[in-house]
Design a protein around this ligand. Structure first.
Ligand code: PBG
Length: 325
């Protein structure tokens, strides 16, 4: 036999030498849920090991995380102040804005801060856009999303991350940022975001599920998971509208999509290993059905192998703290 693939699998050192895929610590992003009460820490049952934090508590957490090499965060505000138009999403005193500002003031450019832009946590109906005659209205949502983006840039966000899936929002946000003098701030768009059942734990954590009024689900704006070409269309559209980083979400059930998008665009691709994917691994590990480190390593590596440059994962801290990568 001339060709024996097993030769390069003989020792750990050989396998490490020849590994095709590696994950740089700098490519990991840790999501955080921020609440109003400064010192508070509220564990989230649906996301074992993750807690909502007030700004003071978050500052301490991020400081500790920086020490172990977590240099990127994605922030979600959680608030009880909701109305039809999601106005608290533009309030400089909202938990998200205060957190962005406090983190930027404390850590400067040692920390890269991405801020989620969406209406679902701020509207009383929990939809990602405004309601009109019982439907989620695209165009009237754009000014609200753009205003929220500008307010988060003013607070100091490095990356503006729109997750609403309204058509044309990247362009609206880019124009508004430029007009406000933030032409140097980047947009990381949730370009191919699917209507997924894997967001369940997040909606509990962020109190952002659709309720009270409007459609019962998000299928009229998030993508249909039967579609693959459409993800490339969405990614190219966002790229054309000025997005700097294109995101695919969820990740593990969408590796083909990550691959397609990474080949189609000419800028970095992010993949979001979402709350339900995180919880699934945690539950497997807790039930003794798999080793946590091995499960996380395999999951993250698969997403990186598919073509993602940036990995947004609730496991970022644990992966770096425990040297799982
Ligand atoms: C808000 C938003 C969601 C997630 C990120 N931004 C939930 C949703 O669309 O309902 C999900 C993240 C996760 O599940 O970890 N639009």
């Amino acid at each position: 036999m001339l060709d024996r693939p097993r030769r390069l699998r003989r020792t750990t050192a050989l396998r490490d030498l020849c590994a095709e895929t590696r994950i740089a610590p700098e490519s990991l992003v840790q999501p955080h849920f921020v609440i109003a009460s400064d010192a508070a820490e509220q564990p989230i049952d649906a996301l074992p090991g993750i807690a909502r934090m007030g700004v003071e508590r978050l500052l301490r957490q991020v400081e500790a995380d920086l020490e172990i090499g977590v240099h990127n965060v994605l922030l979600f505000g959680v608030t009880a102040q909701k109305d039809q138009a999601g106005r608290s999403g533009e309030d400089p005193n909202s938990p998200a804005h205060r957190a962005v500002h406090a983190l930027k003031s404390r850590f400067g450019d040692d920390l890269c801060i991405a801020a989620d832009v969406c209406l679902c946590t701020y509207t009383d109906h929990g939809h990602c856009g405004l309601l009109h005659d019982g439907e989620v209205d695209n165009d009237s949502s754009l000014p609200r999303l753009a205003a929220q983006a500008v307010s988060l840039a003013e607070a100091g966000a490095d990356l503006i991350a729109p997750s609403d899936m309204m058509d044309g929002r990247v362009r609206a946000i880019r124009d508004a940022l430029d007009l406000a003098g933030f032409e140097g701030r980047s947009i990381m768009s949730y370009a191919a975001k699917y209507a997924s059942s894997f967001y369940g734990p997040f909606r509990i954590a962020a109190d952002s599920a659709p309720k009270n009024a409007g459609p019962r689900d998000r299928k009229s704006y998030q993508m249909d998971f039967r579609n693959r070409k459409e993800a490339v269309r969405e990614a190219l559209l966002d790229q054309h509208e000025g997005a700097d980083i294109l995101m695919v979400k969820p990740a593990l059930a969408y590796l083909d999509v990550i691959r397609d998008v990474s080949l189609a665009v000419d800028r970095p691709v992010a993949a979001y290993l979402v709350s339900g994917e995180y919880a699934a691994l945690e539950l497997l590990a807790r039930e003794g059905l798999g080793n946590r480190a091995d499960l996380v390593r395999e999951h993250l590596t698969a997403v990186r192998r598919a073509g993602a440059d940036i990995l947004i994962t609730y496991h970022a801290r644990a992966a770096l703290a425990n040297r799982w990568l």
